[in-house]
Structure formats: structure tokens, C-alpha cells
Design a protein around this ligand. Structure first.
Ligand SMILES: [Zn+2]
Length: 484
């Protein structure tokens, strides 16, 4: 009886200490959001709206097949910029790299300070054939109705180009002089990889020995109900891009007549290999940008969620299990496996001599191509299947502790004072990866507050932006230029 009492006392003391420690940790977790200093920027709204509207009318469409680019549209767009942003063209030095990338250098007063770069792209994706009539407004009309501006590029990414140009023009009008150099860099082929655009710009700047403190590109936006337990909208700034790789699994061997099949055919073996990969999966691990995201949003969460994240050292495996349940959150914490092409067989009564499958993988920062290939080979464990892997690893992970990230966070909070601004991992590609070569940090953020439906419209039908968002984007870029 006595012994039981003692055990009970030990257990209840332990529980009490546990509760005190974990609740204390929850209550003392510090917000990582800077206090907003509401923007004082004044903009001539009507003129700004009319300029974005006009910018949309140029069909600066990029195609995988580069011979399809209509460069007269690109020339006209550049002429439009020259005509509409006179102060920028008077005070900044413009260099056209590879004819169509635009690099403006705004000289600062302090040559000892490293420059920063603001980048976006003025090419847009085509409108899918057959969907033209689904648009409420013509995709290249730049129509302005009901407080919205319509068309290709209103979100991706003429908003970036025009937002930055408007901000610079307005600040020049106000007599602003930056203390460090600011580069405005606009690519013309981001939607098809940026190889001729941002890639060449970065190479040339690198040859000249230019190193940026940071480069800011398009990327995550501000979205409501994005993170469970956070009632405010959350704006996410990409601090790294996942890598993208293609694995090809191939098996070759005897075919034969379908009347006498072997127990295991080529199709069966490739199918089994894929099934093994899908059941095994890469291990989920809350680290890097995914971990950073939760460190920034946890202090803003409701008590229950905050309790879990404040005591991550206890609950980590539970958190990971929950995140792995949904594809979007699973992709945040592991390298993903997506079988996209399967090829085998030509005739219903002949066993194919060859079968192959293509798998698209998105790599976590830190997972090398070599490691991924080894993982695939070990998992499928079939000597007869040849595995080749090509692609790129994730970009480097930018800092969230330095003044650079804080400057972007502050600028965003000055305009969107209710929003929580946090780092995250981008799944899609952008021009920012090219600037890794010339910058300590690359950040990816589109300064607009949108819904998940808007995100679908980016490369889809009815792309548009509210005037309010557009004006906020201009203000954000003005704040960034002032913050740095
Ligand atoms: Zn884009």
C-alpha cells in the first residue's frame, strides 16, 4: 500500500512539473512580428491603375518553343515603360541584357554598402486554347471593372514589374535617394525557366563582381485561413525553392507471347517498384524552412496549437504525422514522389520487351541527387531495373535572422498590419534561383492578399487583381526601398 502511494506521488509530481513547464513555455513564446509602422505613401490611384491596365495589353507571351516569341510585343512593352516612367529612366541607368532583360541601377549614396535587387518578370503564360470564351473579360484587355483589373499578368507577374516601377517613380517624385544601390531587374522568359533572362543577368553581374545583400522576387502571397489555429491572414516569404528531378525506371528483357507469361513481367516489375516507393516514401522531417514557418506562426496561434508548437521537442513526431496527412503540408517536410509517365506495351497479346516509368521528385533542401537516387534503388530493390536521375537540388536556404528578412517583414507589416509574415519553402520554381549565384539571400514574396481561388487563376482563367491589392503592392515596394 505504501509503495503504491509513493509511486502515485512521484507520478503526480512529474505530471505537475510537466504541465507547469509546458504551459510556461507556451505563455512565454515571443512573437516574431515587428510592430507595424503604417505606410504614409500617397499614390495617384487613377493614373497607377491606368498604367497597369495598359501594361496588360501587350502580349508578352513566352513559349517553350522559343521561336514562337513575338518580340515586337516585348519591344512595345519596353517602349511603354520608357514613356510612362520618365523619372526612373532619367535617374536610373538602364541596361538591356540579352536584348530583353531590363536591369535598372539606382545609385545609392553609400558605395560601401552592398546593393539589393528587386526582380520580377514581364512575360506571361499563354491563354489555353479553347478557354478564351470562359474569360469574363478579354485576357489582354486590361479591363477595369468593379474595383478589379483583369488579364494575364495581373497576378503573375506584371504586377511585380509595374508595382516596382510605380514605387520607384513615386519615390523619385518625392525626392528620395537610397543609401545603397537598388537594382530593378525584369526577366522576359521566367515562365519557361529563365535561362535566357535572369540566368544571363545573374551571370553577367557575377562576372562584374556584384554581390547583393538580398534579391526579392515573386513567390508566396498573403492568404487567409492558410495555417490552422491562426486567425490572421498569413503572408509567406519563400526562403528556398525545392529541387526538381526526374527519375526514369527502365526494365528490358524477354518479351514473349501472352499465352505463356512468366510470373513476373516487365510491367509487373515497374509497377511493383512504384508501389514500393509509394508505400515507403521519403521520411517527413520538420526542419529547415518548414520548421522556420512554424516558429514564426506559432506565437500567433490559438492556445491549443501554440501549446503543441511551443513544446515541439515533445510533440515533434505527432506534428509530423499530422503534416504528412495532407499533400500540401507533406510537401513542406519531405521530398515528394510523383509518378507521371508510364510506358509499356503495344499489342494486347504480346508481352512488352521494355517498360519504363518517369517519376517527378521535388527535393527538400539538404537532400542531394545522389542520396535520392540511392534511396530509389534501395527501396525498389530490383537489380534488373535501371534507374537514372537528372535534375536540380533545392536552392540554398536564405537567412531569417538577419536584417534582410526583417526589412521585408517590416515592409509587409507596414502595409498589411493585420498579417503574420513568415518564411516558407516554395514548391514551384521562379527566377530567384538564378540570383542565388549573386546574392547572400533570395526571398520570394508577392505582396498581395489573395484567396486560394486567385492562386488557381494565376495560370488559368479569369486572372485579375483588385485595385486595392495593386495599390498595396506599390506601397509595399516603396516601403522595401525605404527600409533598406
Ligand atoms: Zn511568375
Amino acid at each position: 500500500m505504501k509503495k503504491w502511494k509513493l509511486t502515485g506521488l512521484i507520478i503526480s509530481t512529474f505530471l505537475l512539473v510537466f504541465v507547469i513547464v509546458t504551459v510556461f513555455r507556451t505563455l512565454t513564446i515571443q512573437s516574431k512580428q515587428p510592430a507595424p509602422q503604417p505606410t504614409q505613401a500617397v499614390i495617384n490611384e487613377e493614373a497607377a491603375v491606368s498604367r497597369l491596365s495598359q501594361a496588360i495589353t501587350y502580349k508578352t507571351i513566352s513559349y517553350q518553343d522559343r521561336s514562337k516569341f513575338d518580340f515586337t510585343q516585348f519591344d512595345q512593352f519596353i517602349a511603354f515603360l520608357e514613356e510612362n516612367y520618365p523619372l526612373v529612366h532619367q535617374h536610373l541607368n538602364l541596361e538591356k541584357i540579352n536584348d530583353y532583360s531590363l536591369v535598372y541601377r539606382w545609385k545609392g549614396t553609400d558605395a560601401a554598402k552592398k546593393p539589393i535587387g528587386l526582380t520580377s518578370h514581364y512575360d506571361v503564360v499563354p491563354v489555353l486554347t479553347g478557354t478564351e470564351t470562359n474569360w469574363e473579360q478579354d485576357p489582354f484587355s486590361g479591363a477595369v471593372t468593379d474595383g478589379k483589373i483583369w488579364g494575364r499578368g495581373t497576378l503573375d507577374d506584371k504586377i511585380g514589374v509595374i508595382g516596382i516601377m510605380e514605387a520607384a517613380e513615386q519615390l523619385l517624385k518625392d525626392g528620395f535617394v537610397p543609401d545603397r544601390d537598388i537594382y530593378l531587374m525584369f526577366g522576359f522568359d521566367e515562365e519557361v525557366g529563365g535561362d535566357e533572362g535572369a540566368n544571363i543577368v545573374a551571370q553577367i553581374l557575377k562576372d562584374r563582381g556584384i554581390q547583393f545583400e538580398f534579391v526579392l522576387d515573386e513567390g508566396g502571397a498573403i492568404v487567409e485561413n492558410m495555417v490552422p489555429g491562426v486567425s490572421q491572414p498569413v503572408g509567406v516569404v519563400g526562403i528556398s525553392e525545392k529541387g526538381s528531378a526526374t527519375a526514369e525506371l527502365t526494365i528490358e528483357g524477354s518479351g514473349g507471347h501472352s499465352s505463356q507469361p512468366k510470373d513476373h513481367t516487365n510491367i509487373g516489375r515497374i509497377a511493383a517498384a512504384i508501389a514500393k516507393l509509394e508505400t515507403t516514401q521519403f521520411k517527413g522531417d520538420l526542419r529547415g524552412p518548414g520548421e522556420d514557418l512554424f516558429e514564426f506562426v506559432a506565437p500567433e496561434m490559438s492556445f491549443g496549437m501554440k501549446y503543441v508548437f511551443a513544446n515541439k521537442f515533445i510533440f515533434e513526431s505527432i506534428i509530423e504525422k499530422i503534416l504528412l496527412k495532407e499533400p500540401a503540408s507533406a510537401a513542406l517536410i519531405r521530398t515528394t514522389i510523383a509518378p507521371t509517365i508510364f510506358q509499356a506495351g503495344e499489342q494486347y497479346n504480346a508481352l512488352p520487351e521494355k517498360a519504363s516509368a518517369i517519376i517527378n521528385l521535388r527535393l527538400m533542401p539538404g537532400d542531394s541527387l545522389e542520396e535520392v537516387k540511392t534511396f530509389i534503388e534501395d527501396t525498389i530493390d530490383d537489380q534488373n531495373i535501371k534507374v537514372t536521375l537528372t535534375g536540380s537540388e533545392a536552392t540554398k536556404v536564405s537567412s531569417v535572422d538577419g536584417w534582410e528578412f526583417k526589412a521585408i517583414q517590416q515592409a509587409a507589416r507596414n502595409v498589411y498590419n493585420r498579417s503574420v509574415i513568415a518564411p516558407y519553402l516554395m514548391f514551384a520554381g521562379s527566377d530567384a534561383k538564378h540570383y542565388d549565384a549573386v546574392s547572400e539571400n533570395t526571398y520570394r514574396f508577392l505582396p498581395v492578399q489573395i484567396t486560394s481561388e486567385d492562386l488557381n487563376r494565376m495560370h488559368g482563367t479569369n486572372e485579375h487583381i483588385s485595385i486595392k491589392n495593386y495599390l498595396n503592392a506599390i506601397k509595399f515596394y516603396m516601403e522595401v526601398m525605404k527600409e533598406v
